[in-house]
Design a protein around this ligand. Structure first.
Ligand code: NAD
Length: 502
């Protein structure tokens, strides 16, 4: 670990447990064993607030993936895992959730140091979300069953359906909520009796490796959960075509999701794609302007805008547009930009130099396109991949900054005159992950909800997520759902059984 990172950890009094984990030689978790990459390759992990080397992680190979898939297959095809009763699976999942809860402070620190995010946000959102997801799906393990049917055919039959686990699940996860997204994939998979191979994002693999230690400690049989760290175009691409994987669940960008999805359909893998977004927000004339401005700023700047369903396009009724912008700017000014470990940090550094450059490039594009820069957008001095929260006004829908996902702290805004116009602007996007409405006029709100082409609609808030509610996009934001009872359908096959009776 670089000295600068050591000092950073000391300054913020990081726990001994976290320091112990971070100074450890990191290995992957395959078939219950801790292993190096088969060709010994590793990659530096950079800490985003200091831009210095934190540690190294193995860069897995296709041979490593093969081993992980074999281990998962063996457990699925008749290992100890398949022999477990649903209640025993539920108990193991709760034990894992207990261990995560016990180690939540450490895991939040690891997530913050690895990804750059605010440690307080990681504790409240990522860790709480991980525990809640595992507990929610643990409860489902005992409630998965088919139905008996009375056919109208001549003859006498016992006809019933069985819900059976799909098999080996390959899960590819992104870097913005590494642990929580992995839990979204794992919760439903374990509840249904599947086995899993996870490929974390190469930028943020550490929390998955700490999580794997807890999987082992919980007593989940070896091979049920495997973590193969490595590059997307090596391990991830191989997962998409691996014949031993029955279902691929991918969360990431739309371009990569499209490639992965096409490859996965070659052998008809079951598929879930949770992809990018450019979620609209509509503020109606009757909205509580200060409350809407705060909620919208929180919704777009949380995790420095690296949130798939962030409300990045705000359309505001012309009669309140100016007062909305004043409130928005005043509130945004109060959001503290700081290294992730600062307990008051709200605006954390972005995950990497590449991501920072991408966001800065979009800010330049916005200026060139003639959008009015009303807040932020200036380079930030010093170490750390920081980008100021940035607000553009009077944007047009044909601008690149309005149509494309930036994945950083950038909000584009525009006034509208009537609801039809607002609706047309909101739906004019290739994405359809989420949308938000700000109004207390229930009639108006209810008439707009069905007309918004988005997988989630939030009213007078943004990004409320709970394991009991499904999450997933319309249009190019993907297909399939994570979370909620709906997710189970994507991990189960339905078998129709016909028994001819005398
Ligand atoms: P990304 O698409 O670059 O990478 C996602 C994952 O795919 C990583 O693990 C990466 O290693 C892997 N990957 C990269 N190339 C691959 C390939 N050729 N084959 C297989 N796997 C490959 O996305 P990212 O930059 O890590 O994450 C940000 C994106 O994720 C944003 O677009 C965001 O909107 C999206 N996202 C969506 C959701 C959702 O639920 N809809 C949630 C979080 C993030």
């Amino acid at each position: 670990m670089d000295m600068t990172v050591k000092q950073y950890l000391q300054t913020f009094g990081v726990s001994e447990a976290t320091q112990r984990f971070l100074t450890k030689h990191q290995k992957m978790f395959i078939a219950g064993e801790w292993v190096e990459a088969s060709d010994g390759q590793t990659s530096d992990v950079i800490e985003p607030s200091t831009e210095c080397v934190l540690t190294r992680i193995p860069m897995g190979t296709t041979a490593d993936l093969d081993r992980a898939v074999q281990a998962a297959r063996a457990q699925f095809d008749g290992g100890a895992w398949r022999q477990l009763k649903p209640l025993e699976r539920e108990r193991l999942m709760h034990r894992l959730a207990d261990l995560i809860e016990e180690n939540a402070d450490e895991l939040a620190e690891i997530e913050s140091i690895d990804m750059g995010k605010s440690v307080s946000g990681a504790r409240a959102v990522d860790l709480q979300g991980t525990v809640d997801t595992l507990r929610y799906f643990a409860g489902w393990a005992t409630k998965i069953h088919g139905r008996t049917v009375e056919p109208s055919l001549p003859g006498n039959y016992l006809a019933y359906t069985r819900k059976e686990p799909i098999g080996v699940v390959g899960a590819i996860v992104p870097w913005n909520f590494p642990l929580q997204t992995m839990a979204w994939k794992l919760g439903a998979a374990l509840a249904t009796g599947c086995t899993v191979v996870v490929k974390p994002a190469e930028l943020t693999s550490l929390s998955a490796l700490r999580f794997a230690e807890l999987v082992q400690q919980a007593g989940i049989p070896d091979g049920v959960v495997n973590i193969v760290t490595g590059r997307g175009n090596v391990v991830g691409a191989a997962m998409a075509t691996h014949p031993g994987i029955d279902k691929l669940t991918f969360t990431g960008s739309t371009p990569v999701g499209r490639t992965v999805g096409q490859a996965a359909l070659d052998d008809m893998k079951r598929l879930t794609l949770e992809l990018g977004g450019k979620s609209p927000v509509i503020v109606l004339a009757d909205a509580d302007v200060p409350a809407a401005a705060q909620a919208i700023a929180n919704g777009v700047f949380f995790n420095s805008g690296q949130v798939c369903d962030a409300g990045t396009r705000a359309y505001v009724h012309r009669s309140i547009y100016d007062s909305f912008l004043s409130e928005l700017i005043a509130y945004t000014r109060t959001l503290k930009m700081a290294p992730g470990l600062d307990p008051d940090c709200f605006i954390s550094p972005l995950v990497s130099a590449l991501q920072k450059q991408r966001v800065l490039d979009y800010i330049e594009i916005g200026k060139r396109e003639g959008a009015e820069l009303v807040y932020g957008g200036q380079p930030v001095q010093g170490p750390g991949y920081f980008v100021e929260p940035t607000i553009f006004a009077h944007c047009r829908n044909d601008m690149q900054i309005v149509q494309e996902e930036i994945f950083g702290p950038v909000l584009v805004t525009a006034p509208f005159d009537d609801e039809e116009e607002a609706l047309a602007l909101a739906n004019d996007s290739p994405f359809g992950l989420a949308a938000a409405l700000y109004s207390n006029d229930l009639g108006r709100v209810h008439s707009l909800i069905p007309r918004l082409r988005a997988g989630s609609v939030y009213v007078n808030a943004h990004g409320t997520i709970d394991p009991s509610m499904p999450f997933g996009g319309y249009k190019q934001s993907g297909f399939g759902k994570d979370l909620g009872a709906e997710q189970l359908d994507y991990l189960l096959e339905t078998k129709a059984v016909w028994i001819t009776l005398p």
